[in-house]
Design a protein around this ligand. Structure first.
Ligand SMILES: [Zn+2]
Length: 312
């Protein structure tokens, strides 16, 4: 059986894996990106790590599928704009560099779309026609599958579900728009409201749980705290997320909506409110058959997507 490599490049961490076309991971690892050292150093470490993992597994790499946190020319294998990395990796020939080091073909894809592809190929999305995938983390990314295939354009930019306007005069977003879903329901957006409540003396349990340290306030800590004010903040973010989901459900009538990323770990508190909001807002057709679920692949959605991309 031929084997494939996957890499998921992030601003702070790079995940690497070796696996097969069925999505089975044989070896995996993660390491700090150390992006300040520049693209050549980062890519050199990724090549060395993948080669070491393949050696350890006793297999050779036929192709590599790699996720990048931003925009890339997919046909050329060149990154165009990775906003969270120093120098933003403008026009870095990532595929050519890794292809010469690893002696295999290399394909790039935006990281959220890569996770969507993973879920579609090996997770809840198997056999599904239309699926929406949201990555709820430091930002909100996404992807759309239509007719059982990832909906794509040549830059891999289709599917920026986190940058739809939810509040017309809402907070300024990193993308330049105001009131994007990302400014209201990302991990940092939820945590910022937790910190505000902590400082205002309105969240005594959260204060106790974090030792009063705002740096320790995360959505997960907030869910565990149990303060009514904090619970309401999470429910508000879930309602904003539900509005974003409802907009896309009305437009595309998917069978399945999947949430990945750290914020999805809020569990039923989040999911129940999102489902309720979607039911309140989608009125044009019945949505009894619509499933809204946490990712089956969890943190491995991106790496599994890399294997799917490499083997397709
Ligand atoms: Zn935005």
């Amino acid at each position: 059986m031929p084997h494939f490599a996957a890499a998921d490049l992030g601003g702070t961490t790079v995940a690497c894996a070796i696996g097969d076309a069925a999505g089975h991971i044989l070896r995996e690892s993660s390491m700090p990106t150390r992006a300040s050292e520049g693209p050549d150093a980062v890519l050199g470490r990724i090549a060395a790590e993948l080669a070491a993992l393949a050696r350890d597994a006793g297999v050779s790499i036929r192709a590599l599928g790699m996720g990048v946190p931003g925009r890339a020319d997919l046909a050329a294998g060149v990154t165009r704009f990775l906003p969270n990395l120093p120098t933003q990796w403008r026009d870095v020939p990532v595929a050519a560099f890794l292809s010469s080091r690893l002696e295999c073909s290399v394909r790039l894809l935006n990281d959220a779309r890569l996770a969507t592809l993973g879920e579609l190929t090996y997770g809840h999305g198997r056999g599904v026609g239309t699926m929406l995938f949201f990555t709820l983390g430091t930002g909100i990314g996404g992807g759309v599958a239509i007719g059982g295939r990832l909906h794509m354009d040549e830059m891999g930019t289709a599917g920026e579900l986190g940058h739809q306007t939810i509040l017309p005069d809402g907070p300024l977003c990193g993308c330049g728009n105001h009131g994007c879903l990302e400014t209201l329901a990302s991990g940092p957006a939820i945590a910022a409201e937790g910190v505000r409540l902590l400082r205002a003396g309105l969240a005594p349990h959260l204060f106790e749980l974090t030792g009063g340290d705002p740096g320790r306030v995360t959505p997960r800590e907030m869910a565990a705290a149990g303060d009514e004010s904090v619970r309401q903040a999470i429910l508000r973010a879930a309602r904003y997320l539900g509005i974003g989901v409802a907009n896309l459900v009305t437009a595309l009538h998917p069978e399945l909506v999947v949430f990945g990323g750290g914020v999805a770990a809020l569990g039923e508190l989040l999911f129940a409110e999102v489902r309720a909001e979607v039911a309140r807002r989608v009125r044009m057709f019945p949505i009894d058959g619509l499933r809204i679920l946490p990712s089956q692949l969890g943190e491995r959605a991106g790496l599994c997507g890399g294997l799917a991309l490499a083997s397709s």
